[in-house]
Design a binder for this molecule. Structure first.
Ligand SMILES: NC(=O)C1=CN([C@@H]2O[C@H](COP(=O)(O)OP(=O)(O)OC[C@H]3O[C@@H](n4cnc5c(N)ncnc54)[C@H](O)[C@@H]3O)[C@@H](O)[C@H]2O)[C@@H](O)CC1
Ligand SMILES: [K+]
Length: 505
């Protein structure tokens, strides 16, 4: 699914109105109905609902939603906030449509702000995608009041005050919504960790914007949903044998961290690899052979750390390297050899990232269009330097992928996958149960498995990240967030694959 900017969303609205023969006010009615429908499923009519409307079309949505909720027997209070003497046309129409008994209260000064308690149910319709400057003054005072009240806030389209696709200036007040109900497509701001407290739980509701416009719109930002991912999965041939599904080499594990190699190896096998060889320091031999009998195990001459590459390295289809390695000098030398000689697709994680990040020489040796990095935010900063905020991080992600012609899956609650063409895909699966040691090692194993099975590197990233999160989402029902371990994620990979391979209802 594409992500559009606020400007593109406005164009999509206008295009839909012009080309699909729907009036602007009817489009607003659709939007208000879509919001109301979500609201009714969430809140009982016994709730007292306070709808705060700003001067633009977001306020117009709020007025229409207030009328619809009133018709559905909610007890509704409407507030017109600030200077609404010069409102948008559709706002005006919806103000006129308010029925008797739903007369709005005007809030024009800070001393006329209403008192709200923590039980209040608030609809935030102050500003949406038309926000064009930081929110200050009366609006900011109201936003502070709402944020401090403890009321449950549902924002229409955007949490008011949050810029949809650029950094919100520090002086601007922003609503801290519990729920954000966005029309047609999510906004970039929803996907960035720094906005979690403002956006809350977000949902997208369709309002019938022109699919033609969306299909033609130019963007390099995407959100991966199940329908984007499902068709990537390749069915297996009837006359299959293990040679058809690739031979992966994992270079993982160090003394005290052989478990990382076990997790990557188990995940790689669950990801469908045909054959797997794992090279570990001598200390890991018995552990690997016992814990992962399906994998062939090679041992390094070094007892504790990776120090050499296996012989016949060309026979592998893909190499996964990093989990549990440590950053010993001998390991750095081995990674240098790998980058200088190997022409395989490579999945580079954890300490292998740290080692490469510490050396400009190694960075220069990175083969083009062969490498997938899987850093968490700290490892990413080691690669690219300190970042100022999440937008800056995205910019660095694009620039790094372009410069080194590589893929980066930047792990987070919406893992961002950068490509050598400068595209960024945000993942939509996963949960906070994954914030536990070892889940990154699992991801390395899964992506390595897919890259070894002749998925393109882009497909391996998209599918691998999606599956990894989906497995955790399925595990959630069985073990919950708190108790979830990396092994649980591996155990649910088969279910995740089955889930994806079933036709959508
Ligand atoms: N036909 C359409 O265009 C549709 C628009 N929709 C709604 O319309 C919204 C966009 O509407 P608009 O473009 O009118 O914009 P908004 O309603 O988001 O805000 C624009 C108004 O707020 C003022 N404003 C902007 N920033 C301000 C600030 N910091 N302090 C004080 N005033 C400020 C502007 O001068 C303008 O009056 C969407 O988010 C969505 O909720 C939906 O109804 C779907 C259809
Ligand atoms: K809003």
């Amino acid at each position: 699914m594409k992500l559009l900017t606020a400007a593109q969303t406005r164009e999509a609205d206008a295009y839909t109105i012009n080309e699909e023969g729907i009036s602007s006010i009817d489009l607003m009615e659709r939007a208000a109905k879509a919001f109301t429908c979500w609201f009714e499923n969430k809140f009982q009519p016994s709730e007292q609902v306070h709808v705060f409307c700003g001067p633009g079309n977001n306020g117009g949505d709020g007025l229409a939603a207030a009328r619809l909720l009133h018709e559905r027997k909610y007890s509704v209070h409407v507030y017109l906030v600030g200077d609404t003497s010069n409102p948008s046309e559709d706002f005006k129409t919806n103000l006129e449509r308010l029925p008797q008994g739903l007369e709005p209260t005007r809030v024009e000064q800070e001393n006329s702000l209403p008192a709200l308690n923590g039980k209040a149910c608030v609809v935030d319709a102050l500003f949406g995608t038309g926000l064009n400057r930081p929110v200050t003054g009366l609006y900011a005072a109201l936003i502070r009041l709402l944020n401090e009240s403890g009321a449950t806030v549902s924002s229409i389209d955007m949490p008011s005050g949050l810029y949809p696709d650029s950094q919100t200036p520090e002086e601007g007040a922003i609503i801290k919504a519990n729920y954000t109900i966005s029309f047609e497509l999510p906004k970039l701001a929803f996907l960035l960790p720094q906005h979690e407290e403002y956006v809350g739980e977000w949902h997208v509701v369709p309002i019938g914007l022109s699919q033609q416009f969306v299909a033609d719109a130019k963007t390099n930002l995407y959100v991966t949903t199940q329908s984007d991912i499902q068709h990537l999965l390749k069915p297996r041939k009837k006359f299959s044998h293990k040679g058809l599904y690739g031979h992966a080499l994992l270079l993982c594990g160090g003394y005290g961290k052989i478990g990382a190699a076990v997790l990557s190896a188990r995940a790689c096998l669950r990801g469908g690899i045909g054959l797997l060889t794992v090279q570990v320091p001598q200390a890991g031999y018995t552990i690997l052979q016992t814990a992962v009998p399906e994998a062939m195990t090679l041992t390094d001459k070094n007892r504790k750390h990776l120090s050499e590459l296996p012989k016949e390295i060309d026979k592998y289809d893909v190499i996964g390297i990093g989990p549990g390695l440590g950053t010993e000098r001998v390991t750095k030398t081995a990674i240098g050899q790998l980058l200088a000689t190997a022409s395989h697709p490579m999945v580079i994680d954890a300490d292998a990232i740290n080692i490469i990040a510490s050396s400009d020489k190694l960075k220069m040796q990175l083969p083009r269009n062969k490498v997938i990095f899987t850093p968490h935010p700290k490892e990413f900063e080691r690669l690219v330097g300190k970042v100022k905020n999440d937008y800056d991080r995205l910019q660095h992600l694009r620039e790094f992928c372009l410069e080194y012609q590589c893929y980066v899956t930047l792990k987070g609650s919406h893992t961002a996958i950068g490509t050598p063409e400068g595209k960024v895909y945000f993942n939509t699966t996963g949960n906070s149960g994954m914030a536990t040691g070892g889940t990154g090692d699992v991801l390395t194993g899964v992506i390595t498995a897919l890259a070894g099975q002749q998925y393109s590197l882009e497909e391996a990233c998209l599918l691998g990240v999606y599956l990894h999160g989906l497995a955790a989402d399925l595990a959630l029902h069985a073990v919950g967030e708190v108790a979830m371990t990396a092994s649980d994620v591996i155990d649910f990979l088969p279910k995740a694959l089955l889930h994806l391979s079933q036709p959508r209802p």
